[in-house]
Design a protein around this ligand. Sequence first.
Ligand code: TRH
Length: 373
Amino acid sequence: MNPDCPAPKLRWDIFCRVIDNFGDLGVAWRLACNLAGRGQVVRLWADDTSPLAWMAPQGAPGVEVRAWTAPIDMTGITPGDVLIETFGCDIDAEFIAAYANQISHSGQPCVWINLEYLSAEAYAARCHGLPSPVMSGPGRGLTKHFYYPGFTADTGGLLREPELMARQAEFDRDAWLARQGVPWKGERLVSLFCYEPDGLGDLLDTLANDAQPTRILVTHGRASVAVRAEVLKKDRRQPRWNGLNSLSFFYLPQLSQMDFDHLLWASDVNFVRGEDSLARALWAGRPFVWQIYPQHDAAHAHKLAAFLDWLRAPDSLRAFHQQWNGLSLSAATPGDAPFAPADWQVCATRAKARLLQQGDLTSQLLSFSAKIH
Ligand code: TRH
């Protein structure tokens, strides 16, 4: 999108169904804010809006949040210009009928976009932007388009706010840590946002036995439950497992999305999971480890491999990911190899630089929609 020629102001309806965890809503909210921040008018429909109370307590100007009830409450609603269906969430027939009706009366074009999951696999670039004619139901005759986020210029890119790098450059680590109540004395800080990773016990042992002190900043929810359980197990089985007290913990409350970014900027190494936090770890530019969302058919193993290839991950980082994700039996840090060696940082810095040269998701989505519109 040419910055001298601002995108036309459109009305957007973004639909989001929360399957589990926070990623679906996290991505939908971030997209809504990114669009509104560029002058668009956004309505976000979510079947569970409750996590926004901590994720985005201030709301965002230009974003209206609506409860997506079943059946959908369309009282007083006129569909917008653009429909975004996040992660194939299936918008109600009633809403589609109203949209189709509006299009046929106004002559406006159909901009109905299916925003897909993030993947570095080749299909993302292959399928990005493809049209899909709607063959049945009230939308029959309309065309949906697939929009694939991704890590390369031939995909839809990653969400990135225009001012993100400037905010990062001004970030005051000490002040932020003090505000959170973290008693930081210069030890290595590791943020931990995860499910129940296979490699958690090994990670704690590695850090407990490391001469360099480490504090893990444990995020609220599943990560904190997993860490407390692992520590309890270790305390029972081997009370002196952290005998040097090299390892300490700080349990965080639920953070706003803004503060979640700050957590990643404040830490020396980031453990992230799912989709949105992976993108944020890339923007943080610090060494990171990703726990991929597990799928029953083991499709996540291919997805992880594709990502590590794109990342140009050094061998030790690949091995760590395999073990963290339960995809191999090798030890988290084989032998006496250091935790997070320098080439992890080099890899993260280069990946961030590559991504910064590409268009962000919202700019590309605006161009894409304007082309169809
Ligand atoms: O929560 P997730 O595991 O979400 C996952 C993925 O999206 C996955 O692809 C999807 O299939 C599954 O949900 C259903 O991880 P993710 O994607 O990183 O989303 C977490 C969001 O929560 C992200 O926007 C950051 C936000 N967050 C906060 O705002 N504050 C916090 O304190 C924490 C821990 C997270």
